[in-house]
Ligand binder design. Structure first.
Ligand code: ADP
Length: 645
């Protein structure tokens, strides 16, 4: 059942017409609720406090006309009914906003037309309201759109703009709406309206103008056109990358373009940085002096550099989608495959192996393999950096051989020198001891010089032999439990006479409770003798030297200090090198420059270390740290020539 009810205000000063109107509407469907005003002022009062769906008003009223009513009722549809009106009145009424105009034609029973007109007026108003709402919604969407949206007309004048464009150009609406696009955006070529967005040479070069002009001219939309333009925003020149989409529309009968502009400057910057980085890595990849190959999850080659082609003697066709396994001998491939397990994250492996070249020859290589899972599609990829080690391995072999020959040579020569030296020494001793006849003081003096030099030569040969053996690791250490205090005491006893002869006071300090330690007794004695010997040698007469033994945590700490000449700072890193003798050396102090390198070798072979502190003119302290048990020491490494060289 239709229970629509229209609330009507009838403004009529004629009592009979009022009654006729009421009577007529009483039986009409839908229902009409009718209120009556007899004058303009009465209608004014009623309308001030009540709302109506429609107003039916007589044209001539005692205190005015229906046109006066139109002045204060903008939102309610008004139907004007009159017996005196003519066409001019009707036109005026419509122009002032009346919904309709009906003549009181009694013969044609004008009342009959009123209900339909009211209904139409009410519905028309509802429709208008709905349209208005829709328009407001659309405007809200337009304003809130994340991209900058503009509506421009045929003359490139902005007729609408949303909030985002305000932020982009940093201008208020009154500087945007009804202004040329070039001025709105701050085009550097359009400092005043005359220059902005015209068909000029400069505009022809503007990518934005060209795009929008083409849309206006062709009537076809464009999408995602990228424009690189320089604008003046807040008096600052800024070069931006804009992405523009534009669609033609007809509005109020005129061509317009809806333009969506995105500022993609940051995006472009990132894109170019990304491209640069990619290019950089590609250059490194292409030009690196090692072979690089990349394989997919099925171990098929998907990428490689020129160096890889050269190393394997293969070209593009040979390598493209080739099974990686075919590049390795079977046992070598087993090693590589074991690394290719599907574990999460990135893994690195360094493998010494061999590879097969196209001609079947085998090459020694070091493969640095990185296996990683691609997080997006869970694929496993691997990158191998391959270094050709063939030449290096050959060189290493050669070096080893040469070193062996050298060692052999040195040992043989040293042994050969020792025997005649022993005979010379013996001979001098016999003559000096006057076993074969008396000799005078002058002869004694010269023979003593000869003896000292023979001793020196003997020491030198012994040192060279020791060093040689240590370097070749021929000396197997004889590790056993030892009492360092006992050994240090014996060494002190031996050296104290030598010290006295050189005018040096040799002292010792041993801490209580020094535990037993495992080391090679003979070698550690050699260390102590070398260090104490140096302390005596490199101290002026009247000086002091001290042997100190203590222990700290799992280490023995043995130091030899003196009040001697000291060593300049710049020489300290070199004194453990073989044959190195400090530059400031006093000529009268004899030596080979091997003592400290032998000490260093022995100490490091025990898993220990040696440190030195020294000050020129004040003296030096050499401190040896020896693990109580070399087997448990972290430092126990095989000593190679490199440690000393
Ligand atoms: P050598 O004693 O045969 O010269 P070393 O290898 O024992 O050779 O010592 C190398 C150099 O280190 C010595 O020539 C000397 O210059 C310096 N040196 C070693 N010990 C001391 C020390 N206690 N005081 C001053 N200089 C020293």
């Amino acid at each position: 059942m239709d229970d629509t009810r229209y609330k009507i205000l009838l403004i009529e000063d004629d009592r009979f017409d009022q009654m006729a109107f009421e009577r007529f509407l009483k039986d009409e469907k839908p229902l009409y609720e009718c209120k009556i005003a007899s004058s303009v002022s009465q209608a004014h009062n009623i309308l001030a406090c009540e709302d109506f769906d429609a107003i039916v008003s007589d044209y001539s009223l005692g205190d005015g006309t229906a046109l006066n009513i139109l002045d204060f009722t903008k939102d309610i549809p008004i139907i004007i009914v009159t017996g005196v009106g003519d066409e001019e009145v009707a036109t005026q009424a419509w122009r002032r906003g009346a919904y309709d105009y009906i003549t009181k034609d009694i013969k044609r029973n004008y009342l009959k037309a009123i209900p339909k007109t009211i209904k139409n007026a009410v519905e028309h108003k509802k429709m208008e309201e709905a349209l208005e709402r829709k328009k407001r919604n659309l405007e809200a969407i337009f304003d809130a759109a994340p991209g900058s949206m503009l509506l421009i007309d045929e003359n490139m004048i902005v007729t609408r703009a949303n909030d985002t464009i305000k932020q982009l150009v940093q201008k208020e609406y009154h500087h945007i709406i009804n202004h040329k696009l070039g001025n709105v955006l701050g085009c550097i070529n359009s400092t005043c309206n005359e220059n902005a967005c015209r068909n000029s040479q400069l505009c022809q070069e503007c990518p934005l103008y060209k795009t929008l002009k083409s849309v206006l001219d062709s009537g076809k939309p464009v999408h995602d056109v990228e424009a690189h333009i320089t604008l003046k925003i807040n008096e600052k020149k800024i070069t931006l990358w804009l992405r523009v989409s534009a669609k033609p529309v007809i509005m109020d009968g005129c061509k317009h373009v809806v333009v969506v502009i995105d500022d993609i400057t940051e995006h472009k910057k990132m894109e170019s940085e990304h491209r640069l980085a990619e290019e950089k890595y590609r250059l490194i990849f292409e030009n690196s002096a090692v072979a690089i190959t990349m394989a997919d999850e099925q171990n098929k080659l998907i990428s490689w550099n020129k160096f890889a082609e050269d190393l394997l003697g293969m070209d593009r066709e040979d390598l493209f989608l080739r099974q990686v396994s075919s590049l390795y001998p079977p046992d070598a491939w087993g090693k590589i495959k074991a690394c290719n397990v599907k574990q999460k994250g990135l893994q690195h492996h360094l493998i010494e192996t061999t590879m097969i070249r196209k001609d079947g020859s085998i090459i020694d290589v070091d493969v640095s393999l990185s296996v990683f899972k691609n997080p997006e599609d869970e694929r496993i990829n691997s990158i191998a950096i391959i270094r050709d080690m063939t030449e290096r391995r050959k060189a290493e072999e050669k070096l080893k051989e040469t070193m062996e020959i050298k060692s052999q040579f040195i040992s043989t020569v040293s042994h050969e020198l020792r025997t005649p030296l022993a005979a010379i020494k013996e001979g001098i001793a016999i003559v000096l001891d006057e076993v074969v006849g008396r000799i005078n003081e002058k002869q004694k003096k010269f023979l003593n010089i000869a003896k000292r030099n023979v001793d020196r030569l003997g020491n030198m040969i012994n040192n060279i032999l020791d060093f040689q053996k240590l370097e070749a690791e021929n000396i197997g250490l004889h590790i056993q439990n030892n009492d360092i205090k006992q050994i240090a005491l014996e060494v002190h006893e031996t050296m104290v006479l030598y010290a006295e002869k050189n005018g040096i006071e040799l002292m010792y300090e041993f801490a209580e409770d020094i535990p037993q330690a495992k080391f090679d007794r003979e070698r550690i004695v050699q260390v102590l003798i070398n260090l104490i010997g140096n302390a005596i040698k490199f101290s002026p007469k009247g000086g002091q030297a001290c042997l100190n033994v203590r222990h700290r945590n799992e280490e023995l700490v043995i130091s030899v200090s003196d009040t001697g000449f000291g060593i300049p700072k710049y020489e300290l890193p070199k004194i453990f090198e073989r044959f190195y003798r400090a530059k400031h050396q006093r000529e009268e102090v004899q030596g080979t420059g091997l003592g400290l390198s032998i000490v260093h070798k022995i100490v490091t072979r025990h898993g220990g270390r040696i440190e030195v502190e020294s000050e020129v003119g004040r003296g030096s302290t050499f401190t040896v740290f020896l693990p109580l048990d070399p087997k448990t020491s972290q430092n126990l490494l095989p000593v190679t020539a490199d440690h000393i060289l």
